[in-house]
Write a protein that binds this ligand. Structure first.
Ligand SMILES: *Cc1c(COP(=O)(O)O)cnc(C)c1O
Length: 436
């Protein structure tokens, strides 16, 4: 409870005068959990340091990208080398080809890549591509699924849109979302009904193969396979949004882990090594609908930016070291187990539920299991907030919302897990007071 906050408070006041809500992405403002966010001064490995000199064990990992931890020396070196040669040319560079080759080698469902500057752009492009390739307009998405902030996808969206309780958003015309069909996650019968009703009009089914923006929800047995079959049967395209799961749950993403091949894959986060990158990938026959080969338009001044490509390449090279995903699995399983023990000791074993896929995990403050957004919404947010603040005060940096994932990195050590579990004991006791 001795966490110092003076400098972060002043920094936030200054930021609020010139930035909307003091931030450039809404969840950072701590609206859901209350209080004010620490301002970060620097980070290294699994540790964040704020302006007031408080150190935190970080489980946000810049919302997913920092799978190697922060400021890995080889990534920093690659970024500096690339910047020295010129940060951007708006012309082809070899680094784009190299990163595309590495991505394609990891994802057998994909033959060509188009890089963007964010995950939002990637999913926006993916649905335009699917619509252009099929000549159909409708898109199926899942309630609580988050695919960035493009108009057509801001329908019953997860992440910040959930946290803020904004099911859609003003400024998004109804005509834009009228072609978006929402279905509950893990409910293949619901998507079958949508296909029965709209079959010939559905261009694509867009899904997070592991839902990571309403907490962490693994796909139910057979769910992804059922979507694959429905899309194939009806001539629709299956889009896996692997912006979060790509190179996270396995080198081959969730599609590798579950053995289901999408037609189009979107990527982001890890493939940019902490710099702004997104990507759309898929079979050549589909991808070649994009300009300049095909008529579906898409472009970007900073797309395939050399500095971002260098950071991505260095990151994916380091992730190719043998045993790295096995080590991530072990650390993450140990963290989950340690948190579960701490929760039990606070008398919460029947009141919380832990869900994990690889190094993505989450503690829902509801008995669970959590299979979809409706289940996730039964979480006791007051208890989550008490837990969150006690963890933060102890020195553990978590995403400030029940509806986000915790990310473990290769830089987290057994000591970090033990320290985290120590703080978690106190934090679960704080939550238990609310739940009793
Ligand atoms: C983060 C995320 C996005 C959006 O990516 P940005 O880079 O924030 O635009 C899209 N889809 C999923 C699954 C994500 O987790």
């Amino acid at each position: 409870m001795s966490r110092r906050t003076d400098k972060s408070k002043i920094a936030f006041e200054q930021a609020e005068k010139v930035l909307v809500g003091g931030v450039n992405s809404p969840v950072r403002a701590y609206g859901a959990v209350g209080g004010q966010p620490p301002f970060i001064a620097r980070a290294s490995g699994a540790r964040l340091m704020d302006l007031d000199g408080n150190e935190y064990i970080d489980y946000v990992g810049t919302w997913g990208p920092a799978i190697l931890g922060h400021a890995h020396p080889k990534v920093v070196e690659a970024v500096c080398d690339a910047a020295r040669k010129g940060a951007s040319f708006g012309a082809p560079t070899e680094a784009e080809t190299r990163l595309a080759e590495v991505i394609l080698a990891a994802l057998p469902s994909c033959e060509k890549v188009r890089f963007t500057s964010s995950g939002t752009e990637a999913t926006m492009t993916a649905i335009r591509l699917a619509r252009g390739a099929t000549g159909r307009d409708k898109i199926v998405k899942f309630i609580g699924g988050y695919h960035g902030h493009a108009d057509a996808l801001l329908v019953q969206a997860g992440s910040g849109a959930t946290t803020l309780g904004v099911p859609s958003s003003p400024g998004v015309p109804a005509d834009t979302t009228s072609h978006t069909l929402p279905a509950p996650y893990n409910d293949a019968e619901a998507t079958a009904r949508l296909f029965a009703e709209h079959g010939e009009d559905i261009a694509a089914v867009l899904v997070e193969p592991v839902a990571g923006n309403m907490g962490v929800i693994p796909p139910a047995d057979g769910f992804l396979r059922a979507l694959r079959e429905q899309c194939t049967r009806r001539g629709a395209l299956l889009i896996f949004d692997e912006v979060m799961t790509g190179f996270r749950v396995a080198r081959g993403g969730a599609q590798g882990l579950y053995g289901v091949r999408p037609d189009i894959t979107t990527l982001g986060k890890i493939i940019g090594g902490g710099l702004p990158v997104g990507a759309v990938a898929g079979r050549a026959k589909i991808m070649d609908h994009l300009a300049p080969i095909g008529p579906v338009y898409q472009a970007g001044t900073l797309s395939g930016n050399p500095v971002a490509m260098a950071a991505g390449l260095a990151t994916l090279e380091l992730l190719a070291q043998p045993g790295i995903y096995e080590a991530l699995e072990t650390t993450s399983a140990n963290l989950s187990k340690a948190l579960q023990t701490a929760a039990s000791e606070a008398g919460l074993s029947q009141k919380v539920c832990f869900q994990r896929v690889g190094s993505m995990l989450c503690c829902f403050f509801t008995p669970g299991p959590v299979r979809n957004y409706d289940d996730a919404k039964t979480s006791n947010l007051e208890a989550f907030n008490a837990w969150f603040h006690a963890m933060l005060d102890g020195g553990v940096y978590l995403a400030p919302s029940q509806f986000e994932a915790m990310f473990v990195s290769a830089a987290h050590t057994a000591d970090d897990i033990e320290t985290t579990a120590g703080f978690a004991k106190t934090a679960f006791q704080a939550a238990a007071k609310i739940l009793s």
